[in-house]
Write a protein that binds this ligand. Structure first.
Ligand SMILES: [Zn+2]
Length: 303
């Protein structure tokens, strides 16, 4: 029988209490979706699948919802399906109506009062349907450095009623040609954590494994200057209230590096499944690493 997805806050709150973090993994297709859910099952870890708006236009909501539900049922584990960076109230509502169990409303580029108002609208809609809500304060873009203000964060959480808050503390999305290693303002994070009662979310937290980059380059890529967050910083951030960590870039890098490697090593292979399966295994390797780093292993959700 098909079961609905479980509310995001059940996983995030449990992680917050036990001082580990939920790896919130972005899916794009069948193989990545299988990789995320199968690895969670194998590692006895909580499972969180999320889709960006770009993935929604690529794969369409009904496919993403059905696929995630079917793979979760096959593996017999509870799964959260989350909208990552919904930029409008409408997008959030569409996902909630389609069965998502957590949504992020990201109107952080709007004026503060507008961000507050739109976020509150989503919370009202989501709450009556048992869906959790994440919102963002400060700006996490590649260009801007508008960090989250701790006092404003307190007011924002109180007035909106969100379940977890995405903070801007120095990380940036993607891993593309950044100057120097990304830095997290741990002092600011500590202050926010001390003042704000809800769990915090870290975006732009990929580590960019140098070994994977080396493999990609060995098999035809020319990737230079890719930087991510040092793993030591991730461990510190988890101690300072981060209970959900978004990972997209590292999975994409693992997947495409797997494809490059497979096709280079098997120049006469044109089977689709063979290439995709090899890439999927590379994603699973990366996921196992993250599950260990975030402290998720053997922390599977038990209702
Ligand atoms: Zn993000």
């Amino acid at each position: 029988m098909e079961k609905p997805f479980i509310a995001g806050k059940r996983l995030v709150n449990a992680a917050f209490k036990q001082r580990f973090a939920i790896g919130a993994f972005n899916t794009v297709n069948l193989e990545v979706n299988q990789a995320i859910i199968e690895t969670a099952k194998e590692e006895n870890a909580p499972c969180w699948v999320q889709t960006s708006e770009k993935t929604i236009s690529y794969a369409k909501i009904p496919n993403l919802v059905s696929m995630t539900r079917i793979i979760a049922n096959e593996n017999k584990i509870p799964v959260v399906l989350h909208l990552d960076h919904g930029h409008s109230v409408t997008q959030a509502k569409v996902c909630i109506d389609a069965g998502y169990s957590s949504v992020m409303i990201d109107t952080s580029l709007e004026e503060y009062e507008t961000n507050l108002k739109l976020t509150r609208q989503v919370v009202t809609y989501a709450r009556s349907r048992g869906v959790s809500v994440e919102a963002e304060l400060g700006v996490l873009s590649r260009q801007s450095d508008m960090y989250t203000d701790p006092d404003q964060a307190v007011e924002f959480v109180e007035k909106t009623g969100i379940d977890y808050l995405a903070v801007a503390v120095g990380t940036k999305h993607g891993a593309f040609k950044l100057k120097g290693r990304e830095k997290i303002d741990l002092k600011r994070l500590k202050t926010i954590h001390e003042k704000v009662p809800v769990p915090l979310v870290l975006h732009g937290a990929s580590s960019v494994n140098p070994k994977t980059v080396k493999t990609a380059n060995k098999y035809g890529a020319a990737l230079t200057g890719l930087k991510g967050i040092p793993e030591e910083t991730i461990r510190k951030a988890i101690k300072l209230g981060i209970a959900k960590i978004n990972i997209d870039t590292d999975l994409r890098l693992a997947f495409t590096t797997g494809l490059r490697q497979f096709l280079a090593e098997n120049p006469n292979e044109f089977g689709t499944r063979e290439a995709l399966l090899f890439a999927k295994e590379k994603v699973k390797e990366e996921l196992r690493h993250k599950i260990k780093l975030f402290g998720m292993k053997n922390k599977a959700h038990n209702p």
